[in-house]
Design a protein around this ligand. Structure first.
Ligand code: F6P
Length: 536
């Protein structure tokens, strides 16, 4: 017995049905299985969800207390129970709303920090804050995970709005990353932002030391060209960054939810405080929709329910996110952390084993590049991969609108091909037209069959702007939240990343040859010995 039993029973009766039959039976299906949010349209009609299934899904959201949990989150309750923390990242994009934690109004400090960020960003952009060689030309954000992916993803998405210094990002502890970024820059006109919620993350602190040494070789006072973003202001001071360039935030903002907070400073410098405020406003609009729309018309809830139907009910283990928008190229990577670090959990809130699967594997690439890489498997592989297309009706370059039309046509064609497929009879007719006959005709035709009946959804937005980007990111944040509530897990901790970190620290002396590595397995010791020999 588990909370998906009714849905599993329903799915057993409909799983072999063709989605095209649902369209044939209901001419209004496209409208009925879709939802609007302003000018956006979310179409989930190309899935095998019918009216009875949708009702069971919405009932599940009601029974599992999604609305109450959502309200508890916005009320500042400590819903991150394993860490004893509130979850209030939304406060950073709703800066005139009241939010408190433990009865304390958290907004005055937050507004003060936003004001300081805006002043600093303007000073950098206007050349009032300079490097030791003049106006800042380049900003390097050093961070990893949530302290990197949000600003990277958003800065690419906002390319057409960028009019500040060039932005660069260093995340990997692989020295090649720091080398490749820094070697192209002038230390005298570069600002380095060290972004780390904890200010202890080894990758970030190592890269920060490297950047400081790189700068010290050329400028007299490297600390004067450093800024820091963290919840640990004692540690930023110990690193030598003056308090006026430290932008703090509280532990009730999770790393992967932190792009709205000072972690977004590099983006703010790149696009300016005005567009950054629009990024916030787009997310705030989605927050209002999430808090106010009925569950059955609520976009984050619907995305979550479709995801649960595909993963926990039908058993499809992965989900492809396919933005037909080049500037959302890093959105799949961003969503990987958001979804998989949040909902990749094997126990429920009370510590019991989950009787169903945790969140899906999320992956993807922008269209049309993906079409020429992995869509083969999506169309003809033996496993079903539910696809989520994201599409803007208009491109950002009017003079290239003819290319945008081609992009849109490709996106619609892919979801149509997944739905419709190509039967053996159709493939045979095609091959016969080419003059094939007999056994060869049959063999060649079989290779050209597409099973079809493969599910996809399409999120159609009007055009990509900082405002719509904010809405998209908040949409996915809330979707992850709803999935987590229905699964009964804590979406806001990440204990699963700890073990590897601990073991990496213990392995460093083994690689250096100062520890025997007692108790380690033969494979790890064997690899370490070969690496030691190669480095000797
Ligand atoms: O990978 C674990 C994690 O804690 C993420 O949740 C976080 O985004 C990342 O490391 C970076 O952490 P910090 O901002 O504290 O350096």
């Amino acid at each position: 017995m588990n909370r998906f039993d009714d849905l599993l029973a329903h799915a057993a009766t409909v799983k072999d049905r063709h989605i095209l039959d649902l369209f044939a039976a209901d001419p209004a299906r496209a409208e009925a299985f879709s939802a609007e949010f302003g000018s956006w349209f979310f179409d989930f009609s190309k899935t095998n969800i019918d009216a009875a299934g949708l009702k069971l899904l919405v009932d599940l959201a009601e029974k599992t207390g999604v609305a109450a949990r959502r309200d508890a989150m916005f009320a500042g309750e400590k819903i991150n129970e394993t860490e004893g923390r509130a979850v209030l990242h939304a406060a950073w994009r709703n800066i005139y709303d009241p939010y408190s934690v433990d009865g304390e109004d958290v907004m005055p400090a937050l507004r003060d920090t936003i004001g300081r960020m805006q002043n600093f960003a303007d000073a950098v952009r206007e050349g009032r804050f300079t490097g030791q060689g003049g106006r800042i030309t380049d900003v390097v954000n050093i961070g990893i995970g949530g302290s990197d992916l949000g600003p990277v993803m958003a800065s690419i998405a906002c390319t057409s709005f960028a009019d500040g210094p060039r932005l660069h990002f260093i995340s990997n502890v692989d020295g090649a990353h720091a080398h490749d970024v820094l070697s192209g820059l002038n230390p005298e006109t570069t600002l380095v932002i060290v972004a780390s919620k904890t200010f202890t993350t080894i990758e970030t602190m190592t890269n920060a030391e490297t950047a400081r040494a790189w700068m010290a070789a050329k400028v007299a006072n490297p600390a004067a060209q450093f800024a820091a973003i963290s919840t640990a202001t004692d540690k930023t001071a110990a690193f030598g960054i003056p308090a006026e360039r430290v932008f703090g935030f509280e532990d009730w903002v999770g790393g992967r939810y932190s792009v709205w907070s000072p972690i977004g400073l590099s983006l703010m410098i790149g696009i300016g405080p005005g567009y950054f405020a629009e990024f916030h406003a787009g997310a705030a609009a989605m927050d209002r929709h999430f808090r106010e729309a009925p569950l059955a018309q609520n976009l984050p809830v619907l995305l979550a329910l479709v995801g649960l139907w595909h993963n926990q009910v039908l058993g499809h283990a992965t989900r492809a996110v396919l933005p037909y928008e080049q500037r959302l190229a890093r959105l799949p990577a961003y969503l990987q952390q958001l979804e998989m670090e949040s909902n990749g959990k094997r126990v429920s809130m009370d510590g019991a084993d989950l009787p169903y699967h945790s969140g899906p594997v999320v992956w993807g690439e922008p269209g049309t590049n993906g079409q020429h890489a992995f869509y083969q498997l999506i169309h003809q592989g033996t496993r079903v991969v539910p696809c989520e297309f994201i599409l803007a009706a208009r491109g950002r370059e009017p003079y290239l609108e003819h290319q945008h039309l081609l992009l849109v046509a490709n996106c619609l064609a892919q979801s149509e091909a997944l739905l419709r497929g190509r039967s053996l009879a159709e493939a045979t007719a095609l091959m016969a037209k080419k003059g094939l006959t007999g056994a060869e005709l049959e063999r060649q035709a079989r290779h050209r069959v597409f099973p079809g009946n493969r599910p996809s959804t399409t999120l159609l937005i009007e055009i990509l702007t900082p405002f719509t980007l904010g809405g998209i990111v908040a949409l996915y944040e809330h979707r992850v939240f709803v999935e987590g509530v229905i699964l009964g897990i804590n979406s806001f901790d990440q204990w699963g990343v700890e073990l590897g970190k601990e073991l990496a620290l213990a392995l460093a002396p083994v690689l250096e040859g100062t520890s025997e590595g007692a108790g380690k397995d033969g494979s790890t010791l064997g690899l370490a010995a070969r690496i030691r020999a190669a480095r000797a």
